[in-house]
Write a protein that binds this ligand. Sequence first.
Ligand code: KIV
Length: 263
Amino acid sequence: MNKKMTITSIKKAKGVRPLVMITAYDALFASLLEPSSDMILVGDSLNMSFAGKSDTLSASLEQMIYHTNAVCMGAKNSFVICDMPFGTYANKDIALQNSIKVFQETPADCVKIEGGEDKADIVKYLCDNGIAVCGHIGLLPQSVRGEGGYKVKGKTKQEQLQLIQDAKAIESAGAFCMVIEGVKAEVAAEIAKSVDIPVIGIGAGVDVDGQVLVFSDMLGLFEAFTPKFVKKYMDGASLVKEAIKNYSDEVQAKEFPQEIHTY
Ligand code: KIV
């Protein structure tokens, strides 16, 4: 994964190999993720795991631009996606104005917007105006207050049909790939088969075109709760706490700094 991905190589990967997407919010972690990921998502989830809020809704465009610049600095060879926060793509004109701001003020390769058939006209307008768009269908975190919670999608026949319509509408509108979140695995698999662009899953089973996880979840750093779909690849929180405790103990015992740390 040394060569920087483009929307063309991302589209071509469909059916060839699964794509790896991970979130990052800063330069340091972006540089650590870069060697093993195809795409880095500066998700508005940063409002929760970075800013400590209870949902993503209060993330601002300025915040996203700040973090996207940091990520791009740390991972200069990565395809970077800037998540458009709640309220910044409420209609075509607002969406274009804000996406242009992202493209002018960061080196992000594309923007991501949540929504399906209902957002297709906005996706088309952005694509027609030179903005690369990653869609996001299924469970939409920005709808958490509107829907009264995080709802897994695709449980009823009606929802399944709507999801397929959503995926097709986003593809026809010009998106080069889409995230599918919180959808029954067999439904997500059917959706991935029904479109020609990559469908990247989170909580959507294995039979899609790639996976995305929030880095602080997969590294076990975020302790508040662990969604069913998260696999912790390390127990980051315990490791960090143990290291900090060792430092604290050594400072109090005057065991740090030693000779080798002293000028
Ligand atoms: O904001 C985010 O991190 C996301 C992922 C959950 C896909 O949108």
